[in-house]
Design a binder for this molecule. Structure first.
Ligand code: AMP
Ligand code: ZN
Length: 479
């Protein structure tokens, strides 16, 4: 097993990960709230978690991965119930909620597949674990860590000495006895948070010891994590915005119930910005993966953009950056193709030559050392790219033998097990071009000439030339 260290938000240092069960990592990643498409910021987080998981898998560990689907939550209720009549019954309310969440869960799983994100071992839905959540809230009540009021139940944060440790909160500034009903709030209003919410008129509900209601967001993850991964977990992860209050509250609930530490490593990824700004619909800089695909970008180029950046650094997304990622990927893919083919007669040994097998071995060591050091992807990729430069130059001079080419290919396959970005290029090109041709056709049919020209320009950038035939069909070729 290869040693792997990660930055742990709890200790604020890069620590070696020592799994609770030798050779097996239990990993919980907070999943999506399925009331809309995931945006590319969310996908940055899921991509870094996929890279984390793949690094352990490639290092010889097994990974038990749980990613929840939040399918009951305030925003889901807001969006799914809007069109129902005020006297709709509970079954009707549930059906409306399920229709919305099923739809966006399916889209979400499609996005994961397009990005090459490995399916988690478990993808529990919150609505399938309500009894686990109720049991936890009861346990907290019985330990004096929760109290009910008007059919809602709140966590008494003053009852847990370690509350605030993850987010490094100032406990002295804590407001005693004030409670908050919202799931998300700022750290300066650190308060008793809601575990179970009494149903308001027009909301779907479950029966509970406190009357009709539904779980708060934080209890969902604690209950699903414990029920599927057990009472201790190696790694729990999310974006930095989840440190407070979500993860702080998850710790309070789980450790309050269990009476012992719950998670060893808390691993958080930084945010994605677009052209230096927070993504928002009103700024017009809000993108989903589908938006990028509709513009003709290969989802793997987006994956590569994310993974070229260290996960703990803010990533400033731009289309120029995405294009640069496309070019970098092209270089690796062409190199792979070159190694798959036979070498051409070179120019002879006119310079000190390198031993390709040794060169691959040096790159391999540098690559895995970088990834094992808190997933240092920029350094791992630098090791790969310098090896490509050297091996290309060597192959120009003295063609690598078949055995040497196969050793290089083995290294490329090994590195792709983590990056999932360098299969052959044709497959991606074909699908992207076909999608763009369809889009251009639709734009022309709508007489949107500006859009049709934009698509043609985008194809040109990709090195694709379109040929409009007289019979209305369109063919393409590489320029
Ligand atoms: P949500 O559906 O809002 O709970 O977010 C799902 C995941 O995406 C969480 O792990 C968030 O921390 C993460 N996330 C939300 N916005 C961004 C962003 N702009 N950049 C990176 N990660 C994000
Ligand atoms: Zn969570």
């Amino acid at each position: 097993m290869r040693p792997i260290s990660l930055y742990n938000t709890l200790t604020r240092s890069v620590d070696p990960v020592v799994p609770l069960v030798p050779g097996v990592i239990s990993l919980y990643t907070c999943g999506p709230t399925v009331y809309n498409f995931a945006h590319i910021g969310n996908l940055k987080t899921y991509l870094f978690q996929d890279l984390l998981k793949r690094t352990f898998l490639a290092g010889g560990y097994q990974v038990r991965h749980c990613m929840n689907i939040t399918d009951v939550e305030d925003k889901i209720i807001r969006d799914s119930q809007a069109d129902l009549s005020p006297d709709a019954g509970n079954p009707e309310r549930f059906a409306a909620m399920k229709a919305l969440t099923d739809r966006y869960t399916a889209f979400f799983l499609e996005d994961l597949a397009a990005l090459g994100i490995l399916p988690p071992t478990y993808t529990p839905k919150a609505t399938e674990h309500i009894p686990d959540m109720i049991r936890m809230v009861q346990e907290l009540e019985s330990k004096g860590l929760a109290y009910s009021r008007d059919g809602s139940v709140y966590y008494r944060i003053a009852g847990l000495p370690q509350y605030g440790r993850l987010a490094r909160l100032d406990r002295d500034g804590m407001k005693q006895g004030v409670s908050v009903d919202a799931d998300d709030y700022e750290r300066d209003s650190m308060q008793d948070f809601v575990l179970w919410k009494a149903a308001k008129p027009g909301e779907p509900w479950w029966d509970s010891p406190w009357g009709h209601g539904r779980p708060g967001w934080h209890i969902e993850c604690s209950a699903m994590g414990i029920s599927l991964l057990g009472e201790r977990i190696d790694i729990h992860s999310g974006g930095v915005d989840l440190i407070f209050p979500h993860h702080e509250n998850e710790i309070a609930q789980s450790e309050g119930c269990l009476g012992h530490p719950w998670v060893n490593s808390w691993v958080h990824g930084e945010f994605l910005l677009v052209n230096g700004e927070k993504m928002s619909k009103s700024l017009g800089n809000f993108y989903t993966l589908r938006d990028l695909q509709a513009k003709g970008y290969d989802p793997r180029a987006f994956r590569f953009t994310i993974q070229s950046n260290h996960y703990r650094k803010v990533l400033n997304f731009s289309f120029d950056g995405l294009k640069a990622a496309e070019q970098a990927l092209k270089r690796i893919r062409l190199f792979r193709k070159r190694m798959e083919g036979e070498g051409l007669p070179g120019h002879g040994e006119w310079k000190a030559s390198i031993d390709p097998l040794e060169r691959v071995q040096t790159a391999r060591e540098a690559f895995w050392t970088a990834l094992g050091d808190d997933l240092n992807t920029p350094e791992a990729l630098a090791a790969l790219f310098t090896a490509i430069t050297d091996l290309n130059a060597q192959d120009d001079r003295v063609a690598l033998t078949r055995a040497e080419r196969d050793a290089v290919l083995a290294f490329l396959i090994e590195t792709d097990a983590v990056f999932a970005c360098w299969p052959h290029e044709e497959v991606e090109t074909d699908t992207a071009v076909a999608a763009l041709i369809e889009r251009r056709k639709a734009a022309k049919a709508a007489r949107d000439w500006a859009e049709a020209d934009k698509v043609r320009d985008r194809l040109k950038e990709m090195g694709i030339v379109l040929e409009d035939r007289k019979d209305g069909t369109v063919t393409w070729r590489k320029a």
